[in-house]
Design a protein around this ligand. Structure first.
Ligand code: SF4
Length: 305
């Protein structure tokens, strides 16, 4: 299988690729947002588009959500990068600003499985975005543009992101400007601009800003422990506290819990792709072939069986 271009491997036909600028300009012309924000989670798929956004739309700002179940070094990386580049950053805290405490949610409901991802997204991220929107708008009719780092791949298309690179949700205009960048495009961009990547993201294969566990799979907690023992210990302690009522762990799922339902949140695609893309590819290629996947495609633990 060597030489196979996994980045281009497609379960679906690829429509014409469009540039990042064309998506942004179309959304700005059509909706006239009063402000542009880029979501900066700390992963490579947010660093590259955030740098691109701030280079092309210098009046934009960035935002980072402290979900309450993230790796502290990830937040430090985001703050340091913004300070280094002079990017304005707004931090929204799920617990302090939105009253959403991950530990309290888990104590009440147990750890989430894939079917609960929307519930967790609403609690940990959507309310933070809504707060940012409220704090930014001055008039009822105002609209705010949020740029994400979602790129096309099997997962994104399976979950309905294809053809929705610009999506209006009431006053929120969501744009995926780098949707048609490949992984190689992204890496070339990061290298060309000598952008320092987050060590957590490189080691963990995801930003680490949000670890609700909805898409966690066996082995993932140990990977988290390797980069941040404190968070893994906290998850262990939480499990010990609730296991009489909710026996499944962070990597497990509630009994009779089904597959993911509905769209993954606009800021959750990185989690979903770790399980769904790998499962899709595992269906297509045998286990031996998987060992030759490029770095980054198997960064979230063993393949789901
Ligand atoms: S699915 Fe991922 S990004 Fe979404 S709330 Fe859960 S951990 Fe956070």
């Amino acid at each position: 299988m060597s030489g196979f271009d996994y980045e281009q491997a497609s379960l679906f036909p690829l429509p014409e690729r469009r540039s990042a600028k064309s998506f942004m300009d179309e959304a700005i012309e059509k909706y006239g947002p009063i402000k542009i924000f880029g979501g900066f989670s700390g992963g490579g798929d947010s660093l590259a588009p955030c740098h691109w956004l701030m280079s092309n739309y210098p009046d934009a700002g960035l935002f980072h959500i402290v979900t309450g179940i993230g790796i502290p070094e990830t937040q430090e990386f985001v703050v340091d990068a913004c300070r280094h580049h002079g990017w304005p950053l707004t931090i929204i805290r799920a617990k302090e600003h939105c009253g959403q405490d991950y530990d309290a949610i888990v104590r009440a409901h147990g750890f989430p499985g894939p079917a609960s991802h929307q519930f967790m997204y609403r609690r940990l991220k959507e309310r933070a975005v809504e707060k940012l929107l409220r704090d930014t708008k001055t008039k009822r009719s105002d609209r705010v543009l949020f740029a994400t780092g979602v790129r096309q791949d099997e997962s994104a298309r399976r979950m309905g992101y294809g053809g929705q690179e610009i999506r209006k949700i009431k006053a929120q205009i969501w744009v995926n400007p780098i949707y048609w960048w490949t992984r190689s495009d992204r890496d070339r961009y990061l290298d060309h601009h000598s952008l320092h990547r987050s060590p957590i993201s490189q080691q963990l294969g995801m930003s680490g800003e949000c670890l609700c566990g909805a898409f966690a799979h066996p082995g993932e907690l140990e990977q988290v422990r390797a980069v941040c023992p404190e968070i893994a210990d906290r998850i262990d302690a939480l499990h010990a506290e609730i296991k009489d009522r909710f026996p499944w762990g962070w990597e497990g799922r509630p009994p009779k819990s089904g597959p993911p339902t509905g769209n993954v949140g606009m800021l959750c695609i990185g989690c979903e792709k770790s399980s769904v893309v790998q499962a899709a590819i595992a269906d297509l290629f045998d286990e031996d072939a998987m060992t030759s996947l490029p770095a980054g495609w198997r960064t979230c633990g063993p393949l789901p069986k």
